[in-house]
Design a protein around this ligand. Structure first.
Ligand code: SAH
Length: 351
């Protein structure tokens, strides 16, 4: 049994062949899934009933159930809480801007990386999502909103490179022309700095965009903020990034969350400039979003602008991310485990 949303056209062709179905059925199936966005195999009425029954048994749709949605704030950002077949829940965010929509998807239920400022990792990682569940987040919102997003960012809960195979398979599906057809350059993966993932991605021959969360220009500071740095310190991380750029020709975007007083001083900007000068790099500055468990300060707007200005003057292509989604508690780092599944075994209340 496999999630229907995890199957690529060649898998469908093989499945049809094995079942003794003519090849055109594969095309009908893909149209039903991604053009008509069926919610159950029973809706695919171009197929004979026996085929639909067989598909329901061997390739169920991992379409997560919408449990809640935060009302959209003035910026139009909507956060959805989705429930998987086993009751685990993840958040995904619909972010409209200038007539285009970006969907931020989760790759894991929770996160094991424990970055100090991020809510997603506060309770650890419950499990990784299957490829079909990652695609399923996009399908659930496409059905709810009546359209696909223009861009996908794997920047929700979870560390995508700790769930490498499922994430890559999901992104290949989202990229399919016979599928959601989201252009590779409109799909961005973000990693906290899992070096083996960067190395693997360099050899995939895909055109997805890669962002790397840096957040500090020195190992001493990055160690404090991101435990991953103790495993793969800055020099090792940047060497992998350089190799990635050399192999793919793709420029990496470094994310740098500004925390008031902690990493937003002119000296930090200078250190970051020294680190990135001469490298092919873009920088995306993100003002800290408030998270209950982290006592860092939101940076002053003037300090963000000064930091931005210093990098720009040094010739580094830099943007300051508009802070969006805060009303919906859906900004960077604010996605977290919600109403974690109640334990089903051995609880005191069980009779
Ligand atoms: N695990 C991946 C995907 C998360 S992407 C990664 O670490 O890259 C979300 C981005 O927002 C990352 O750069 C993350 O470090 C950053 N972030 C996390 N918590 C934040 C917060 N409270 N305020 C602003 N940015 C935050």
């Amino acid at each position: 049994m496999t999630d229907a949303y995890a199957l690529l056209p060649e898998d469908w062709a093989r499945l049809c062949k094995e079942a003794g179905w003519p090849g055109f059925r594969a095309k009908q199936i893909l149209q039903g899934l991604y053009r008509d966005r069926i919610g159950a195999w029973g809706e695919l009425t171009t197929l004979p009933g026996a085929m639909r029954d067989r598909l329901a048994a061997c390739a169920p749709l991992a379409l997560p159930r919408e449990v809640a949605r935060t009302p959209s704030g003035p910026d139009g950002v909507v956060k959805f809480l989705l429930e998987m077949a086993d009751g685990e829940r993840v958040e995904t965010v619909w972010i409209p801007a200038d007539g285009r929509v970006t969907q931020c998807v989760s790759s894991q239920v929770g996160c094991a990386m424990h970055c100090a400022f991020c809510a997603s990792g506060q309770l650890g990682c419950v499990r990784s999502l299957a490829a079909g569940e990652i695609v399923g987040q996009v399908m659930a919102l496409a059905r709810a909103q009546g359209r696909y997003p223009n861009n996908i960012v794997v920047m929700g809960m979870g560390e995508p490179f700790m769930n490498y195979d499922a994430v890559l398979r999901a992104l290949r599906t989202l990229n399919l022309q016979q599928g959601p057809n989201i252009g590779a350059r409109h799909i961005t993966l973000s990693t906290c700095g899992v070096v083996p993932g960067i190395e693997r991605l360099a050899g995939e021959g895909v055109q997805f965009e890669l962002s790397v969360s840096l957040h500090a220009p020195t190992d001493a500071l990055r160690d404090r903020l991101m435990p991953v740095n103790r495993r793969w310190p800055i020099a090792e991380l940047l060497a992998a990034c350089d190799a990635y750029t050399a192999a793919t020709g793709r420029i990496i975007t470094y994310e740098y969350t500004l925390v008031g007083g902690l990493n937003d001083r002119p000296a930090h900007a200078d250190a970051l400039i020294r680190l990135l000068r001469g490298r092919k790099a873009r920088v995306n500055l993100i003002p800290l979003s408030p998270v209950a468990e982290f006592d860092g300060r939101t940076p002053a707007h003037a300090d963000c602008l000064a930091f931005l200005d210093a990098l720009l003057r040094a010739g580094i292509h830099t943007t300051l991310r508009r802070s969006r989604g805060r009303q919906a508690d859906a900004a960077c780092g604010q996605l977290r485990l919600r109403n974690p599944k109640a334990p089903t075994h051995g609880t005191a209340t069980e009779k």
